[in-house]
Design a protein around this ligand. Structure first.
Ligand code: NAD
Ligand code: ZN
Length: 335
């Protein structure tokens, strides 16, 4: 991971906009490049969480003008295909991921001074006047992803919800579950500082080294287990934990990213337990970000406790080290 000078992006297609980035963030998904879970080419610009202002826009951009403060969506959709018309923008025929390497369509990313956003009318969202950049920043990815995961899980008022993983995505799953009327929300993670953050926004922290999560959830529900579990890690043990803590007839929503992992599933057990599994895929940010942003504006979802470090863009490699070592919960880069 290094910082280098690259050519400034320029508008090429009529729908393109160039955004001058004022805040970018390092995401758990960026670590997948370091760990080799997602491929990347040497010299690729990564980063997909950003807020900034429009610097220039092609003639086809009708919703934004230079100077507008905007949030960038991490997944880039065309806005015109069958899937996009159904709000399934992450399943778009032409879906790409900002800074997502060859699998993401090789679009240069947003941990940079400037980023080119294709189909800007679709892939940008205006930041409301009163909202500062840092509160808006995560709406383009982890915040809205947490909101989407909680929605996908179909939380009914009073439900007992277990969120496996208390990273940034889990942190927002907790807040979204509460907004959606969950009775109790349990946050399960072996990382103490992250558990403390989840507790700060209303979760009951469960460190598996202290207490067996299956027992904790059973005790909280008259022996049944959680109504809903959200898997916000992306590993086989986390998936198995989510399935383990949920009750018969419960729902497991899987928002953690999977690539080559496998799990042995005894179909009869899933069948007899009448489990509902919902795989999130990439979050269709566009379908959810206005709702998620409204919750931030109303103060019902608060991103600020998550930010542990602010670094100039030049120090991005240090930010990656801190995040990788879990000394940082969320690193914000200032280009
Ligand atoms: P992160 O790596 O910062 O956090 C993951 C957390 O999980 C850590 O706190 C870790 O201690 C915890 N953990 C690891 N193994 C665990 C286990 N077995 N049980 C409980 N906790 C465990 O990542 P993040 O930014 O919070 O993202 C979480 C996942 O969501 C990643 O896989 C990321 O790629 C994915 N993600 C998905 C989407 C999407 O569109 N579906 C969007 C953003 C992020
Ligand atoms: Zn599309």
């Amino acid at each position: 991971m290094r910082v280098a000078d690259v050519p400034d992006p320029v508008v090429r297609e009529p729908g393109d906009a160039v955004v001058r980035v004022t805040r970018a963030a390092i995401c758990g998904s960026d670590l997948h490049y370091l760990h080799g879970k997602t491929p990347i080419e040497p010299g690729d610009v990564i980063g997909h969480e950003a807020v900034g202002f429009v610097e220039s826009a092609g003639p086809g951009v009708t919703r934004f003008s230079p100077g507008d403060r905007v949030i960038v969506s991490f997944d880039l959709a065309c806005g015109a295909c069958w899937f996009c018309s159904k709000g399934q923008t992450a399943l778009c025929d032409d879906v790409r991921v900002l800074g997502g390497g060859p699998f993401g369509g090789s679009v240069p990313g947003a941990q940079a001074e400037r980023v080119l956003v294709p189909a800007a009318d679709v892939n940008l969202l205006l930041v409301p006047g009163g909202l500062d950049d840092e509160r808006a920043l995560f709406v383009g990815d982890v915040l809205t992803t947490g909101y989407y995961a909680a929605s996908l899980a179909g939380i009914a008022p009073g439900d007992v919800v277990a969120v496996v993983g208390a990273g940034p995505v889990g942190f927002f799953c907790v807040q979204a579950a509460r907004v959606m009327g969950a009775g109790k929300v349990f946050s399960i993670d072996p990382d103490r500082p992250r558990l403390a953050l989840a507790a700060m926004v209303g979760a009951e922290p469960v460190d598996p080294a202290d207490r067996h999560p299956e027992s904790v959830l059973a005790e909280a529900t008259g022996g049944r287990g959680a109504d809903v579990a959200i898997e916000a890690v992306g590993s086989t043990p986390a998936f198995e934990r989510a399935v383990g803590v949920v009750r018969r007839g419960g729902t497991v929503a899987v928002v953690g990213v999977y690539a080559g992992e496998t799990a042995q599933i005894q179909l009869g057990v899933y069948w007899a337990r009448a489990l509902t599994l919902r795989f999130a895929g990439l979050c269709p940010i566009h379908a959810w970000w206005e709702r998620a942003l409204a919750e931030v504006e109303a103060g019902r979802i608060d991103p600020m406790p998550l930010i542990s470090h602010r670094l100039p863009l030049e120090e991005a490699p240090l930010g990656y080290e801190l995040f990788e070592r879990r000394e940082a919960t969320k690193v914000v880069l200032l280009p």
